[in-house]
Ligand binder design. Structure first.
Ligand SMILES: C[S@@+](CC[C@H](N)C(=O)[O-])C[C@H]1O[C@@H](n2cnc3c(N)ncnc32)[C@H](O)[C@@H]1O
Length: 391
C-alpha cells in the first residue's frame, strides 16, 4: 500500500507537500510540460526552503525517514576515525573534510575517537548543502564536543584552498540526482515527468545522443538487456566528485555508500533500476509520492566513480564491502574500547555491530572505496578484502 494512504500526513506536512507539488508543477510547465527526472529529483530534494534536504523534515534517525551507519552506531565513526588516523599519521598532520554530514553524528564520533587517539585534525570542515542540517550539526557538535567546536568549520562550497588530509562522505553519492531511461531495441527513451489529471506521471522522450551513448556502454557492461529495461544514470557524478575533491593535496578520499560495480549494477535481471524512496522508515519505489517529505535515492555505479576519480589523478587505494572495512579496522576492539566494563552497553553495541556487518543488513550492499593522492599507504580498512578487480 502506498505510504500516503497508510501513513497520514499532519496538517503542516500536507501543506508543505502541496507547496512542493506546486513548485514542481510550475517547473514542469516552464519546461513545456516535460521535466527530466534529474531536474525533478534535484528540486524535490534541494529546492531552497522546499526540498526534502533543504526544509525542516527530521530526515535521519529513529524519528525520521531512514537510518544510516553513523545513526545506527558510534562504532562506524570509531572505525572511520581509525582509518583517518592512519592517513593523518602518515602525513604528520592534516585536516578532514566531511561532505553531507546529516545530523552531525559521524563528525562527533570521528572527532571523539581521534581525540582519544591523540590524533586530532587541524580542522574538521563540513561541506553541507542543507541549511537546516548545518544548524542541526552545529547544535550537536556544540552540545557533545564543546571543547572541539572551534576546530569545526562549515562550508557551503567546496574549499578553494588546498589542504592535506582526508575527504570522506557517507551516503551522499546516492542522493545525487539521476536520469532515468528505458531501453528499447529501436532506441533509448529518457523517462521524464509530466502532469496528468493534476498528478505527476512518467513520460518518455527520445534520449539525447549523450544519454544513448552512455546507455550503450552500460548495456554492454551489464551483459545485454531485454526490451523495456529501465534503469538510471548519474551524469553529474563525474563533475561533482571532481569539484569536491579538487582541493586535496596529499591524502585520501573515502566514499561509503550502497552500490555496485557497473557490470553488476546493470545486470539484465535488475530491470527496474535501483531508484528507492524513504518515508518514515518504509522503502518504496514511487518518487512522486509526498514530494518534499520523502528521500529519493539511487545506488552508486562504483565504476563511474572510479572513472571520474582516475581522471582527476587519484590512485585507487581500495574497494571493499562495509563489513570487511569495519573488520579491517578491528570493530571488536572498538567495541571493547567504547563499552569498557558496561555490560549493557556492550550488548547494545553487539546488536548494532550486527546491523552494520551482516550481509542481509548493511554489511554487503554498502561499500567502502578509497582514493589516494600524493600518498602511498596500505590502509587497514581495505586489507582484508580487495574488490578492485570487479570495477
Ligand atoms: C543520506 S544523508 C547522509 C547523512 C550522513 N552522511 C549520514 O551518513 O548519516 C545525505 C547528506 O548529504 C547532504 N548532501 C546532499 N547533496 C549534497 C551536496 N551536493 N553537497 C553537500 N551535501 C550534500 C544532505 O544534505 C545530507 O546531509
Amino acid at each position: 500500500m502506498p505510504p500516503q494512504r497508510e501513513l497520514m500526513l499532519n496538517a503542516e506536512q500536507a501543506t508543505h507537500c502541496a507547496r512542493v507539488h506546486e513548485h514542481l508543477t510550475a517547473l514542469i510547465a516552464a519546461s513545456r510540460g516535460w521535466l527530466s527526472f534529474e531536474r525533478f529529483m534535484d528540486a524535490a530534494l534541494y529546492a531552497p526552503g522546499l526540498g526534502y534536504y533543504s526544509a525542516g523534515a527530521r530526515k535521519l534517525g529513529a524519528g525520521g525517514d531512514f537510518t544510516t551507519a553513523p545513526e545506527v552506531s558510534a562504532l562506524f565513526g570509531a572505525c572511520v576515525a581509525g582509518q583517518c588516523a592512519e592517513v593523518l599519521h602518515a602525513l604528520e598532520g592534516g585536516s578532514i573534510l566531511e561532505i553531507g554530514a546529516g545530523s552531525g553524528r559521524l563528525a562527533v564520533d570521528i572527532l571523539s575517537r581521534l581525540e582519544t587517539l591523540g590524533c586530532l585534525p587541524d580542522r574538521y570542515c563540513i561541506l553541507e548543502i542543507s541549511a537546516d542540517l548545518r544548524e542541526r550539526q552545529r547544535r550537536l557538535v556544540a552540545e557533545r564536543l564543546p571543547g572541539l567546536y572551534g576546530r569545526v568549520k562549515w562550508l557551503e562550497e567546496p574549499p578553494e584552498e588546498a589542504f592535506d588530509g582526508v575527504i570522506l562522505a557517507n551516503e551522499v553519492l546516492d542522493a545525487l540526482p539521476v536520469r532515468r531511461f528505458r531501453w528499447h531495441r529501436e532506441g533509448v527513451v529518457e523517462l521524464g515527468v509530466t502532469i496528468e489529471d493534476g498528478r505527476f506521471a512518467w513520460e518518455p522522450r527520445p534520449a539525447s545522443e549523450a544519454l544513448a551513448d552512455a546507455c550503450a556502454r552500460l548495456r554492454q557492461a551489464g551483459g545485454g538487456w531485454d526490451d523495456g529495461y529501465v534503469s538510471e544514470y548519474c551524469p553529474r557524478l563525474e563533475v561533482w566528485t571532481q569539484s569536491v575533491t579538487r582541493s586535496l593535496g596529499a591524502g585520501a578520499v573515502l566514499w561509503f555508500d550502497y552500490g555496485l560495480p557497473r557490470s553488476q549494477y546493470y545486470l539484465p535481471e535488475r530491470h527496474e533500476g535501483t531508484l528507492m524512496c524513504h518515508f518514515r522508515h518504509r522503502a518504496h519505489g514511487d518518487p512522486f509520492l509526498n514530494p518534499g517529505l520523502q528521500d529519493i535515492t539511487a545506488w552508486v555505479d562504483y565504476t563511474l566513480l572510479a572513472e571520474a576519480s582516475r581522471e582527476a589523478g587519484f590512485i585507487l587505494g581500495g574497494f571493499t564491502t562495509q563489513s570487511y572495512f569495519l573488520a579491517g579496522l578491528k570493530l571488536d576492539e572498538q567495541m571493547r574500547a567504547l563499552a569498557g566494563d558496561d555490560a549493557h552497553l556492550s550488548a547494545r553495541l553487539a546488536n548494532q555491530a550486527r546491523q552494520l556487518m551482516l550481509p542481509g543488513e548493511m554489511g554487503e550492499s554498502f561499500k567502502a572505496m578509497v582514493w589516494l593522492r600524493g600518498l602511498d599507504l596500505p590502509l587497514s580498512g581495505f586489507a582484508l578484502q580487495d574488490l578492485r578487480h570487479t570495477l
